[in-house]
Write a protein that binds this ligand. Structure first.
Ligand SMILES: Cc1cc2nc3c(=O)[nH]c(=O)nc-3n(C[C@H](O)[C@H](O)[C@H](O)COP(=O)(O)OP(=O)(O)OC[C@H]3O[C@@H](n4cnc5c(N)ncnc54)[C@H](O)[C@@H]3O)c2cc1C
Length: 256
């Protein structure tokens, strides 16, 4: 039976398989994996600083699953890209894979997608997140105009998770060490900032419940315009990414 034009299926998203070129530990909690190889030629870069790919893994039951990761940077000349992985213990697939990765290991992914880039016309930039968002925030800080004004609030479990981030001199970077990983910590940090007025562009991503707390500060307390805010959960405590993604269709998974 012929398909009508209305029912034509979307072409499958291409999968790219690359190999590990090298790894570098940026801190005891974050490992940078540099990927390259002949298939890099198929990688279609995007302008967004939060561009991400869906890495393919096999779950313990043998089923295919994906894990979402920011492409921290792309080096077109070297034909490589960097992904920074939070190493969060023995649980999970992507974190342990990255911690053990060695040159020659192979990994497949789909993408990239992306949704945010700093708007040079914004008067002020705010970046809020935990270690999972540090790659995307680091890429955004590097893309800001040299005269940009702003603040980055970064919640980490331990002081040795702090890394050096390049940013314009007008952007203050505050690391908040919170071993209890309280879901109100970032929201309270935001409340404590000066809010001088003018248009603020916000990039806030990280653990889902922390992002829900931030939502109240940004929209209910500060009355920001939705169009100036990029806000989402990157993961949820106690959930695998499969469960976290599935819960986006349930009330507990809704942020906006
Ligand atoms: C658009 C997007 C971009 C992202 N970019 C990055 C990135 O650049 N780097 C990065 O490290 N993560 C990033 N993440 C988050 C990452 O996808 C999740 O942390 C993912 O769950 C990790 O997969 P896993 O297989 O290691 O653990 P899973 O199998 O998904 O989870 C196993 C257990 O580990 C816990 N867990 C998962 N992540 C963390 C964490 N960060 N800290 C503490 N506990 C955790 C889970 O709650 C669960 O209990 C991004 C997510 C999104 C949606």
């Amino acid at each position: 039976m012929a398909l009508s034009s209305q029912t034509t299926a979307r072409p499958p998203r291409p999968t790219i398989e690359l190999e590990v070129v090298r790894t570098a530990w940026l801190s005891p909690h974050l490992v940078r994996v540099t990927l390259g190889g002949a298939a890099f030629a198929q990688f279609q870069d995007r302008p967004e600083t939060d561009k991400y790919v869906k890495l393919k893994f096999t779950a313990s039951d043998g089923l295919p699953v994906t894990r979402t990761y920011t492409v921290r940077s792309v080096d077109a000349t070297a034909a490589t890209l960097d992904i920074d992985f939070v190493v969060h213990g023995d649980e999970g697939l992507a974190g342990p894979w990255a911690a053990a990765a060695k040159p020659g290991d192979r990994i497949s992914f789909m993408g990239p997608g992306g949704g945010y880039a700093p708007d040079a016309t914004a008067g002020r930039h705010l970046f809020v997140g935990d270690l999972s968002a540090v790659p995307a925030i680091g890429a955004a800080l590097e893309a800001l105009p040299v005269d940009a004004i702003g603040h980055a609030l970064l919640q980490i479990d331990a002081s040795d998770a702090e890394i050096v981030l390049a940013a314009p001199s007008g952007v203050v970077i505050t690391w908040i060490v919170d071993p209890a990983h309280d879901t109100e910590t970032l929201a309270n940090g935001l409340r404590g900032l000066d809010w001088p007025g003018g248009r603020v562009q916000v990039f806030a991503h990280g653990e889902r419940e922390s992002m829900k707390a931030i939502r109240h500060v940004l929209f209910d307390e500060r009355g920001l315009d939705r169009g100036d805010v990029s806000l989402s959960g990157y993961w949820a405590r106690g959930r695998t990414e499969d469960r976290f993604q599935a819960e986006k269709r349930e009330p507990i998974g809704q942020i906006l």
